[in-house]
Design a protein around this ligand. Sequence first.
Ligand code: ZN
Length: 396
Amino acid sequence: MPEINSRLLSILQAESGARRVLQAPQPDFGLTDIEPFPFLAIIGQLEMKLALLLAIVNPLVGGVLLIGSRGTAKTTAVRSLVDLLPLRHRSLCPNGCTEEMLDQNGLDSICDSCAERVGYGDQLSTEDRVRIVELPLNAKLDDVVGGINERLALEQQRLRLERGLLAQADGNILFIDEVNLLSTSIADAILDAASQGYYTVRRGPLNLQYRAQFVLIGSMNPEEGHLRPQIMDRFGLRAVVRGLEQPQLRYQAYEQAITYRRNPDQFAATYADSTMLFAEEIEKAITRLPQVLVSEEAIKLGLSLIEGLEIDSGRAEITLFEAAKAYAAIDDRLEVLDSDIEAVTHMALRMRKSSGLTEFLRSRKSEDDFLKDLSNHLQRENGEDPSTETGHENSV
Ligand SMILES: [Zn+2]
């Protein structure tokens, strides 16, 4: 990893295993809200932490897929993001009307009920923290997209659609643990919503559209089944999460886990200050991001990497350059350098090259070459000059 300038990156690296484990007393019984394991208390796993950080700072990187076997702290890491998530301006209207829309384009740009609320002097939007919406493994399609409230339908013969998880994920993070075990219908619903930013639910006479713009975070254990290529393509960054190699680090991770289990609140409290500082630095990086520009050299390097790897999906460029911008913002700079591209290349470009597709295109090319040769041969036999026939050149 290149040399670092920022406080954010130095906290990220310094906290990895450097902290001495405190001997916390046994917990009180009957705790209701258990503090999540602190992000900064996770030992090692720098690539996973950096990928998650990039996705929080810049949602345009297109989400993160964490790939690794069981017990490598993937789920712990995602849940621990709770304390680091930034504040976001959020519309109170299902149509997404905001004060900015009103300021920029006047009353016609917002819906009628919001125009009415403006008349009463009411707020159109509010500030709250980005949340993590977790998709349960046993979720049904109706839980995901929303469906008819069955209690109301049975007891009062009234039809009302309930918001599904996708609508709740709007403006938030959608976390899918074991994404490779998802049923096809649910995976397709999520991918459609993710690509369009909204989705429509039709149930009988009811027809409602919901906004669903979210950062997708998935985890998978490759030993438990592969991920369909169209789902894989949907994730911007791919972080490979391996078990800790050094025995010393493994022992530290064990100590952290056991201390946390004895008293989660006290354990989290020992990280409270550094977590707060870290979260403040994340907010600053988010504020810096819109001013970050990509240098000519970085563009050249990024494009040649994509060309060299023969990647087809246009998402590669988006993820690579947006992740590099986020990395520069995190490192307290306003210009993307070669080193930023290098820092995110693995996560942005690995597993993008579809071997099936490359094979297909190669076999297509040899088939086309064969057809072209055959056609030239036949034309020569018929006494024609194949060089004057250009139509075959482009007919694929
Ligand atoms: Zn509105």
